[in-house]
Ligand binder design. Sequence first.
Ligand code: ADP
Ligand code: MG
Length: 258
Amino acid sequence: MSDPSARIIALTNQKGGVGKTTTAINLSTALAAVGKRVLLIDLDPQGNASTGLGIDASNRDVSTYDMLLDGRSLVDVSRETIVPGMFIAPASVDLSSADVQLAEDRGRLHRLKDATEEVRGTYDYILIDCPPSLNMLTLNAMAAADSVLVPLQCEFFALEGLTQLMKTVREVSQTVNRSLKIEGIVLTMYDRRNKLSSQVEEDARDTLGPLVYQTVIPRNVRLSEAPSHAIPALLYDHASSGSLAYQKLAAELLSRQK
Ligand code: ADP
Ligand code: MG
């Protein structure tokens, strides 16, 4: 019997295009592939995680919007993906108005937390794909999560936005969610031919120490192609460097939790 209580991990970075959604899809898949029961909650109005897992925009009658603002349960909103053992609660475009609606009512900061409590026993891992801002959706995710996992793109200025993110995590952990931790920081889009990548890695490891995963996600075209086929990289090209890296990341995450 596995632990009946899911670990809830929010994928956050207020920068867009750093690999949150790619990590959400492929880390979830890698965890499911080793037998974990996984729920991916799509909290980004763009719904890229939902599309990337084959849930077409025309096929989202119920979404995380209904969960946050219409009191629908996560059970109602979730469905199984093409990956066995992996479920998704899809996002819809109306989620873009949820930020303002959530801000109008302080009580709604805990809406996602209440919803996840009901399904904690059903899953081993619940991953939350956050929008690229520190808005009410992201705060809902941080209120519900045990930890945040931060993808850091190996680019100039990568570490700049991290100070603000860390400050927000600290504030949340001192107020609405005292048990919030940093799960880890994963370097993404690493290009071994580019000196900048190794420079960012060095800076990140110097500044953040063991918070940075040993596993580094390479820049790999298979990772960017897979979503257009509406499947994760593991199913698109299981031997690709990108897919292998996410399997390694899943193993590292699991071993850290032991
Ligand atoms: P975010 O969710 O943070 O906005 P995405 O995961 O959507 O970022 O990634 C932004 C873009 O970069 C997408 O087009 C995605 O396919 C691509 N991408 C992400 N990670 C990689 C990678 N390791 N190698 C190549 N392309 C990547
Ligand atoms: Mg995204």
